[in-house]
Every structure is written in structure tokens, then in C-alpha cells.
Design a protein around this ligand. Sequence first.
Ligand code: BGC
Length: 380
Amino acid sequence: MPLRKIFVAGCCLMLAGMSGCGDNKTSSDADAPATFGTLHDGRNAMLYTLGNKNGLEAAITNFGGIVISLRVPDRKGALEDVVLGYDSLRQYEADRSYFGAIVGRYGNRIGNAKFTLDGSEYTLAANDGGNHLHGGLKGFNKVLWTADEKRSVPGRSLTLTYSSPDGEEGYPGALSVTLMYTLNDENELVIEYEAVTDKPTVVNLTHHSYFNLAGAGTRDVLDHELMIAADRFTPVDEGLIPTGELQSVEGTPMDFRAPTRIGDRIDYEDGQIHRGRGYDHNWVLNRDSDLLQVVASLFEPTTGRVMEVLTTEPGLQFYSGNFLDGTTRGKSGREYRFRTGLCLETQHFPDSPNKPDFPSAVLRPGERYHTVTAYRFTAR
Ligand code: BGC
């Protein structure tokens, strides 16, 4: 597995091949944010466009830190938007699918919407049956983040901040979160997450784009070939809460160690596939360090587009869009039917606050939460 060291320096993250702070594109009127829309409470959300020298383009709003569109080339160089989403801010306000969003304070599920930390029990918003999902009723995907102009490079990187008050959605501690998106010349959309707290709490931030490398809204994702560098996954109960076991993928439909067409085993007679209505599981990534590392790759044969996922995180949720049913109309009125987008969410394991044997998601005062994930685009 290729490793790359991460240097966090003042204003920007230096990944190999990424331009430094000084030599970025210079700002121009084209890089200035546009108004994306007005929220129900009257505040405006802005739209920021990032681009690189190869013509890739990402449009991101400070509402929910949502990636609205991501245009990447196919094997002939043709750019296409590869993420599902909507045309208007109002649709994102109403969205229940987390299209393109930043998810927090805790991405994925917490069983019975409760956890105990340092002897105190905390009750969270239950928004998925009796469980807590993706930060609750109003997670980080539904808040207006503040753009930090000093720490953003117009047209190249966007830094957003959000202060989550003590007790928000039931979580202890006031949490200050910083999120930086960068589109670099290596064709990577890099997401860097940071957080500090004033009381012990739990944090697990992730990104929830639904990818379709054939182009958003065109077809299902079953012909995509996926590789996940993981020997084990975390099996789940009926409520999609991990049982606590780390199960080998050997001989199961969860084995993506070699690139495999997603549709090949998605409807297998298998208890885990049945519970997830397809793939909706966390893989235990094979890691040899906590540095940024390629952990997954996705290939779409008709266009040749390839997306690699790099992360510092221990887990990856592969969700095959099983709850999409065609009732959601996305960009240009396109129907988003069953399995027309897939998520690759880098994360700590679901329900870690209740699973002492899983890598800890606890953040304490004086500590700094810091994770990095990148989606890298090529074609072959
Ligand atoms: C979860 C799914 C959930 C979806 C919500 C995914 O991250 O794994 O179970 O339905 O988010 O859109």
C-alpha cells in the first residue's frame, strides 16, 4: 500500500503532489462565491467552486458542507458530474439521504441512541428507529457552516468552521469543528477534518457523496468494480448496529480484496446482505500505520473512470444506495432509482461509543481530532 506522509502546516495541508500555500491558482472573479439560495430562516448559503489545472471542478456549499457537483474526466477526457444531488438549496434542506454532505457529530449509527462516557450516560436524538444515525435530527449536514476566508484559497481550497454547542442532539461538550476541502492538481478532492472540545465527547466525521462514475443519474452502480483493502468487516444486527465481532471476509460476499463487480454478489442469499438490503456495512481496513493510505478503488468500465479512496481512518462504510427508490428527483429532475449511487464513507466503526474493543472515538479537552480523506480521480 503506498503511504504518504501528511504535513499539516499553518494554512494548508501538504500532500505529495499538491501545490503548497504560495503557488496556488491566483484568485479571480470566477473564483468568487455565488449565492446558492436562501434558507427557511432567511440566511443565505453560498456556493464555492474549486478547480484544478486539469479542468476538474467541485462545487461546494457552506450549508452542510455539501459537495453539490464534482466534474471529473473519463478516459477520453470528457468531464461529467459523478455525484448525486439537487439543483436547489431548498431540496438540500428537505433531503433525508445526506447527498454530498458532511456528517457529524457522529457519522453512522449509535445503538439505542445512548452511550456512557466516564460513568455518565448520554441520550441522543433517536432518528433511525430507536437508534441514532448521522448526528441526529439536525446533524452537521443541516447547519450553515462559516467560510474562513483567511484559511481558504479562492478557487482551490475552502475552509469551513462550525461550533456545535454543548448538548446539541444530546452530545456532551462544545465542539469546534474545522473542515477543509482542497482540489489539487493530482486530481484529488482532499477533505481534512479537525475538532477540539471543552468536555469529553465522541466524534466521527465523514463525507456522504453518492458516487456514480458513469455520471450522476444515468444508471445503477452494479457494473462498477470495487476493491476494498480489508480482510474483515463488522457484521450487523437487524438494526444495522455492529454485533461487536470482526468477521473475516473470506468466502463471503463482503470479500472485495480483489476488484469485483458490485452486482455480482449484491443479491446473494446471505444474512448480512439481507440485513443491509445489499451492501451497507463497515469494513475493517488493513492498515500498517495511521498515515494517509489507499484503502479502496472503484472502476467504471464504460467510461474508464477510476476513483481511489485514501484515508487515515480505520473503517470504511460501503453503502450501495439501497434506500434510493426513484421517488427522489435530483439534478435536472432525474429520478434517483434503486442503487444508482454508492457511498464510500471513511470513518471510525459504527457504535464505537458502545463497543470498548473498537478503536476509540472519544475526544477529550486538550486533544485535537484530525483525520484526512481524499478521493482521487483517474481514468483507464
Ligand atoms: C447508511 C445507510 C443510510 C444512509 C442514509 C448510510 O451512510 O449506512 O444505512 O440509510 O446513510 O442515507
